[in-house]
Ligand binder design. Sequence first.
Ligand SMILES: [Zn+2]
Length: 126
Amino acid sequence: MGKYLYEFHWDCGRQGDVEGLFVATQEQIDNAIGKEVYFGEILGKHSEIFGELEKCDIKKLEISSEVVSEVSNHLGLTWSGYNPLHYLRYKCTKCGDEYPGEEMICIDPGNEVCDYCTEEDQAKHN
Ligand SMILES: [Zn+2]
């Protein structure tokens, strides 16, 4: 499935804005809408930024998935700011534990795998 560049923007009033440019598949975005994103104190002490991810918070940018793939080989999946998918919780299909997206190697719906299971797999094969 093609990966595209998405722009994330939350206006948190006086506390500031949370923004990010990140790469994802449409499927990963659809799966994330309606879920709770927990950023924590990213806008300063006691800021506690969290809330439900809504469709209007994320905008798909008009860049071809070929170009997005080429650039992400160098920049990874988060090009700037905050990647909301990293702050959602996913249930690993292998161990059944829940982890934030930044600790998941795969967040494709129905195929979520955490970093720890992947490391275990690799250790077994070596
Ligand atoms: Zn796992």
